[in-house]
Design a protein around this ligand. Sequence first.
Ligand SMILES: Nc1ncnc2c1ncn2[C@@H]1O[C@H](COP(=O)(O)OP(=O)(O)O)[C@@H](O)[C@H]1O
Ligand SMILES: [Mg+2]
Length: 293
Amino acid sequence: MAGLNGYTPISTAPEELTTTRLYRLGEGVGKVVYASDHWVVKRERSPTEVIAIIVLWKLLRKAESILPGGFGKRLMERPSRQIRFLRVLVQGCMAVVPKSVWFTAHIADVWKVYYKRDVRGQRLANAILTGTSLVPERVTFPPTRVRLRGWPGWLTVSEATERVEDTLDRRLNELARLGRFEEVEEWLNRFLHLRQSGWQHGLFSLDAHLKNFGICGNHVVLLDTGGLTNRWSEVEERLAKERSTSKPHVQLGLSSMLAARPDIAERFDQQWKANVTPATVRHHWNKAPGASA
Ligand SMILES: Nc1ncnc2c1ncn2[C@@H]1O[C@H](COP(=O)(O)OP(=O)(O)O)[C@@H](O)[C@H]1O
Ligand SMILES: [Mg+2]
């Protein structure tokens, strides 16, 4: 049964977390995720690490706009090892260059927004999504030391999340690589469907990119609760920004994956434009118990 914080309390950590060395499975702006076969644990990055990531992104974006040939974009799509190396480099520079040079108002804002959204989203998910099929199962246990492959070697955790089979992003890429486009389309529809289920709970994700979703059996789940909001004003603001996007699949980073199948891209864009609108979101939203106005 779920505890007060929305997690299921258990008396000891799942055995495989303590009997194996966990490996780095994924990472985002604020967290690094380590896995055993069936569970993941998350390490919160230090503030300096988070800021280094934001600074790096900004630098890559700048490189993208100055240098020809998609240099910055290619780097941003690189496997995480290279990005990690660059992040460490940036963090090194931050240590020697005066703070006034790199700590701009914009970077401070991005940092604050990330933390605020992360905390609020987690709180909303705990209160509203626990026990539903929209999120993977989570458990809490007394603080337990787990061993990690590579730096920092170990970590103390008191919660774990069910490991999903794949992130949506990876599954789609793999299916496209194998030419299994019917399944690509099916998963894209399931992704839209999951978002609608979220709206029916009075929740909307402001950070709905494909790495933040995962696959459990035959449905899509939300992996990253950061960015969930229950405020209609924020939903409206986001949808107003999205209205100018003529090709949602490009926005989601699907353009090269769907290059061979413009028909799927076209159908997806149509679906998206018909469904991700204030009127349709509101329609689902109104079904939520106690949804905010
Ligand atoms: N339960 C999970 N199973 C498998 N991979 C996961 C799981 N949770 C997170 N991940 C991977 O770790 C990445 C970072 O986790 P996330 O919660 O999104 O952190 P951040 O807030 O830093 O974005 C995700 O994008 C995903 O690739
Ligand atoms: Mg994330």
